[in-house]
Design a protein around this ligand. Structure first.
Ligand SMILES: *[C@@H]1O[C@H](CO)[C@@H](O)[C@H](O)[C@H]1NC(C)=O
Ligand SMILES: *[C@@H]1O[C@H](CO)[C@@H](O)[C@H](O)[C@H]1NC(C)=O
Ligand SMILES: *[C@@H]1O[C@H](CO)[C@@H](O)[C@H](O)[C@H]1NC(C)=O
Ligand SMILES: *[C@@H]1O[C@H](CO)[C@@H](O)[C@H](O)[C@H]1NC(C)=O
Length: 389
């Protein structure tokens, strides 16, 4: 009986711009909310106009027992938090880097004036970025209600977050756009070093997941730390020779040992970045440096990246857990890539590249229906489309 809902756009929207908005704000996601994947800032002038509304295609993976099955937008499986209210009990702080700019960003002397509409709400470029940060936090509140969000930011940036939804932590540095990915590693290191200093003063401990802000956490991630008690940190891998590791998700065990090893690891990545990948610094340098460090300590990892199973290995004294992107950093492939659907155990959806609209649409859908599994059908069916932002 489930029918397709053709009028997704009319789903009531109550998304809450919880934030005060200021001149120009940009998310420090590698894949900038309104940039195409390859790191170019604007689509070429000849690029066809991208859809400004949800486009639903077929649901890949139908008939496969280990993939989400959908009838229209009705999920036939339970997926995400709805499938298992079995919280691990672990406390996790999600840490993301986000900053604001007081001046014009694109170097063309124009303040962006284009707005997009999602549901009943219009967003300027600035507001989109804040809405994505906000939605990132909303998903975490739903799927991991005991967790908190920490936003590492430029002390000069001027934005605020709603009390209680996230904590801002200013960290000195050069957050200019050309330096963002390098600065992100530096900010991570500064943050973790501060956690080490505070370690004995703070009661109990949190694990950390350092992420891009364009992700939706749809299941409890605490199980990572329970199931692999000896790992210090976790990275996500995929079967992609050029870029086998995604830097948009790094989990760190919140013990003194875990944090210390993570700091040492990031320092190595930073060094490799500075030495070898500065030319790529704008977008991919951190990812290339990450892969270089892993490969140079653990060449055997390369073979395992083509499989789907998690594995562990030692990288410069740290025990590193490698998690498949298919579960912990899931993005449908763009274009003609093979696509077998959405694994039933997916825990993190990454709205890379031009999928930021889908992130907001998905939240609005969930917010108005409370049906997380159905929302996953929506994501599955529309995730291959490149949207207007
Ligand atoms: C959004 O628009 C729809 C259709 O116009 C309306 O029914 C709904 O109440 C609106 N939602 C909000 C939150 O204003
Ligand atoms: C809850 O998760 C743990 C592993 O973290 C597992 O051992 C246990 O069987 C699960 N309980 C239920 C009811 O699913
Ligand atoms: C920050 O980094 C950018 C890009 O690498 C560089 O052009 C700029 O000079 C740096 N600013 C400062 C204050 O170091
Ligand atoms: C939807 O958003 C409203 C307003 O922010 C909130 O009160 C409500 O709990 C949300 N519903 C769900 C299912 O998250």
């Amino acid at each position: 009986m489930a029918t397709l809902r053709p009028r997704i756009r009319a789903v009531p929207l109550r998304p809450v711009l919880l934030f005060l908005l200021v001149p120009l704000i940009y998310s420090v996601s590698r894949l900038h909310p309104w940039s195409p994947e390859k790191g170019v800032c604007l689509p070429p002038p000849t690029a066809p106009k991208r859809p400004d509304h949800l486009v639903l295609g077929p649901a890949a993976g139908q008939g496969r027992h280990d993939r989400l099955q959908c009838h229209g937008l009705k999920a036939l499986n339970n997926i995400g938090i709805s499938s298992d209210r079995n919280y691990s009990g672990e406390h996790i702080s999600f840490v993301t880097v986000f900053t604001t700019y007081g001046s014009v960003p694109d170097g063309d002397g124009k303040v962006p004036s284009d707005t997009v509409t999602v549901g009943n709400h219009s967003y300027s470029k600035i507001e989109r970025s804040m809405a994505i940060l906000n939605t990132f936090t909303n998903f975490i509140k739903v799927s991991m209600p005991r967790s908190n969000v920490i936003i590492l930011t430029d002390p000069d940036s001027k934005f605020s977050v709603n009390q209680g939804s996230a904590t801002l932590m200013p960290i000195e540095g050069n957050y200019s756009r050309g330096n963002l990915m390098l600065q992100r590693i530096k900010s991570y290191i500064a943050f973790l070093e501060q956690k080490l200093v505070e370690f004995d003063r703070v009661e109990g401990f949190n694990h950390f997941v350092l992420t891009d802000s364009d992700i939706a956490v749809v299941d409890d991630l605490g199980h990572i730390f329970k199931k692999y008690p000896h790992c210090h940190l976790a990275l996500t891998f995929r079967n992609n020779k050029g870029q086998p590791l995604n830097s948009g998700f790094v989990a760190i065990r919140g013990t003194r040992d875990g944090i210390t090893k993570a700091v040492a690891f990031f320092k190595q990545v930073l060094e490799a970045y500075n030495l070898k990948y500065m030319k790529a610094s704008r977008m991919l340098g951190d990812q290339l440096a990450l892969a270089w460090v892993v490969k140079s300590h653990l060449p055997s990892a390369l073979r395992k990246f083509s499989k789907h199973e998690a594995f562990t290995g030692e990288v410069n004294g740290a025990s590193v857990l490698f998690l498949p992107c298919a579960v912990y950093n899931w993005t449908p492939p763009e274009g003609a890539g093979q696509f077998h659907g959405m694994p039933l155990d997916v825990k993190v959806v990454h709205f890379k590249g031009s999928r930021k609209r889908l992130m907001l649409e998905a939240w609005n859908f969930y917010n108005s229906t409370s049906k997380l599994s159905d929302m996953m059908c929506l994501i599955l069916r529309s995730g291959r489309t490149k949207y207007d932002f």
